[in-house]
Design a binder for this molecule. Structure first.
Ligand code: CTP
Length: 406
């Protein structure tokens, strides 16, 4: 049986010439056994008739928050709760901007704000509009909200120009949804496995009030710990100072402050682990001495602080690693990214390394999104587009599950 059978799908149609493709998409989804309800904006009704969509979906099409004929209110919350997936196809530049900014001026935007299900967005517009910084910023925001962007196609556009921005073909969208809804069936891939994750920054104390730290929020590592637990692994998360915590209550969190504390806990925990993911931004240097009293300001213009190297936790685990253990590291780079990441992979005896570059927009510290490249021990390279950190965690955990299965 296919993954779309009996699934409840809302199709949102906004004002774009690509709206004509929505008819085929609805027909295909109904053919696959899905229950389909359609919401259209006023502009969408200029491109395709609601009657076509209601006939194909076998359901009344909703276009307004208030139903003028029956003087009743269309319940957007109910619709948002009803659906397993909400697909906005085509999503015009205007609708994308409204979603991104929480503007709620029609039924489609109201359902978007109330939807608790997965949201997939298939943009459709001219190339210049698609590539405009403002649209790309809005797309990055949508990704950070956890929405999925169905990639646009290249080809002839309504303007007569040729370029990027065409809505994906109905068949491609249906295949995308099939894959998305099949994902759930694979959950539990790591049942019986023990996982160790480090996350967040470390703080190296200079004196009782000051420390050396970094901008890591811990978000990426926490998302990985959550996803490993969602897949059934029993997870220990060693977390540096962070205001965040995992959502999956089965994750056992051990809070630490310094690199030395993180090393002590990690080296003990690793002995029993099947997989370890080192996502923490560990300080490479720590003050040689931590002063017991606050350093006072002196007359001179400078202050010398003597720093010594911390233990490289990942490298040390790499030395201990047994054949049946999987070790995953991160590399956050600003230049010569692939070369540096490959060197770290080798030097630290890893099974794979996750590279993120600070040169990619929306990647790295402080963002809800990340763009990664996975480099395997056998030199295979897997590149991923910009995604919400939760989605990135899914890609990494999928890679782990595939490796542990071998
Ligand atoms: N790491 C670690 N312990 C350290 C330093 C780094 O476990 N003392 C781990 C990180 O968690 C990450 C990987 O090593 O998984 C790479 O960290 P990164 O800071 O990118 O590399 P470094 O080896 O510290 O090299 P550099 O800072 O020179 O790039």
């Amino acid at each position: 049986m296919n993954a779309l059978s009996n699934k409840k799908i809302i199709i949102g149609i906004s004002g774009s010439i690509a709206a004509y493709k929505s008819a085929t998409m609805v027909r295909l989804l109904v053919k696959e056994g899905a229950q389909v309800k359609v919401i259209m904006t006023k502009d969408a009704c200029n491109f395709i008739s609601p009657l076509t969509l209601s006939t194909l979906s076998k359901n009344k099409v909703v276009t307004e928050l208030i139903d003028g004929n029956e003087a009743t209110w269309n319940n957007h919350v109910e619709l948002g709760l009803w659906a397993d997936v909400f697909v906005v196809a085509p999503a015009s530049a205007n609708t994308i901007a409204n979603f991104s900014n929480g503007i709620c001026d029609n039924m489609l935007t109201a359902v978007y704000l109330s939807a608790r299900c997965k949201v997939c967005i298939a943009p459709a517009m001219d190339e210049d509009m698609w590539k405009h910084t403002s649209t790309q910023k809005n797309i990055t925001s949508l990704i950070s909200y956890g929405n999925k962007i169905i990639p646009v196609d290249s080809g002839e556009l309504a303007s007569g120009l040729v370029g990027e921005g065409r809505m994906a073909e109905p068949e491609a969208i249906v295949a995308y949804l099939n894959d998305l809804l099949s994902e759930k069936k694979n959950e539990g891939r790591l049942k019986g496995k023990k996982a160790l994750v480090t996350a967040g920054p470390t703080y190296e104390a200079i004196d009782p009030v000051r420390f050396i730290g970094n901008h890591s929020s811990g978000k990426m590592g926490i998302a990985i710990a959550d996803e490993l637990a969602n897949e059934g692994a029993s997870v220990e998360l060693i977390l540096g100072p962070s205001s965040l915590k995992p959502q999956n209550t089965s994750v056992k969190t051990i809070n630490v402050t310094s690199a030395a504390e993180m090393f002590n806990v990690a080296s003990k925990s690793f002995k029993h682990a099947d997989v370890a993911v080192m996502a923490a931004a560990v300080a490479d240097y720590t003050p040689e001495k931590t002063l017991t009293q606050k350093i006072k300001k002196h007359n001179g213009n400078s202050l010398d602080l003597s720093l010594i190297k911390t233990t490289d936790i990942l490298k040390s685990l790499g030395k201990e690693k047994k054949k049946n253990q999987l070790l995953v590291g991160f590399a956050l780079e600003t230049n010569d990214e692939l070369k540096n990441a490959k060197e770290k992979l080798k030097k630290k005896n890893l099974d794979f390394i996750v590279l993120n570059s600070l040169n990619d927009k929306g990647a790295g510290f402080k963002h809800d999104t990340n763009q990664i490249t996975i480099i395997d021990r056998d030199k295979k390279i897997f590149s991923f587009p910009l995604k919400a950190k939760q989605e990135v965690a899914k890609d990494i955990v999928k890679h782990i599950a595939a490796k542990l299965k071998k």
